[in-house]
Design a protein. Structure first.
Length: 218
């Protein structure tokens, strides 16, 4: 009778151990459950959370309040990146920017100025240059140095990060082709200083020295 009782107790202990082992195995499987085996809604939530945690670095320039480099969510749109830079200025041409385009790492987002504003500014500076030249031409030149100073005063300062091709051609020694190369180089990264003009094919140290007094970085 005693032997039978021991046998029953042994069987009970064995069954209990099997049940505990089975429960532990089930929990381990649940912990390591792959995303692909989750319901569709759960998969979307996991993927969305992972995407939000990732950021990319973009450069926002042009007609915005605070141009610069920003880290934004990888899933955000151009509109959100511009908002991070303080938003557009009053003369920004939003119609020429794809605001719903998704950003990517290393992307440069440039907001252009309205064509009417650019044209008005160019015409105003051109009129000022013409008026200055006409006024200086009516005066007698006392010496070569004095004449040079008067010519310099008639030339307007050009902002190399926002000037158009026609405006750049007002600079000494800059023709249509070289002006276009300045714009093309600027589109790949704005000029941080006047010395950055050396990045433009066709502009060397000698030409930069001639341009230095007539240009500025905006």
């Amino acid at each position: 009778m005693q032997a039978k009782a021991k046998k029953i107790i042994f069987i009970a202990i064995l069954l209990t151990g099997c049940i505990i082992t089975s429960l532990i195995s089930t929990n381990d499987k649940e912990k390591t459950l792959p995303v692909s085996s989750l319901p569709q809604s759960a998969q979307s939530a996991v993927i969305s959370k992972a995407a939000q945690a990732k950021t990319v670095r973009v450069q926002v320039s042009g007609a915005v309040l605070e141009p610069g480099i920003y880290d934004v969510h990888a899933s955000c749109r151009v509109e959100e990146a511009i908002a991070a830079a303080g938003g557009m200025t009053e003369n920004a041409d939003s119609e020429r920017v794809n605001l719903v385009r998704k950003v990517r790492d290393g992307m440069q987002i440039r907001v252009p100025v309205k064509k009417a504003a650019r044209t008005s500014r160019t015409q105003r500076k051109s009129a000022q240059a013409t008026a200055g030249y006409s006024a200086s031409s009516t005066k007698k030149v006392g010496s070569t140095r004095a004449g040079a100073e008067k010519n310099n005063s008639a030339v307007q300062i050009v902002r190399i990060n926002s000037a158009g091709v026609s405006e750049l051609q007002q600079l000494p020694g800059i023709g249509p082709a070289l002006a276009q190369r300045i714009v093309d180089t600027r589109s790949r990264g704005r000029f941080a200083s006047v010395e950055d003009l050396l990045r433009v094919p066709g502009i060397g140290k000698a030409k930069l020295a001639k341009l230095r007094d007539y240009v500025e970085v905006d």
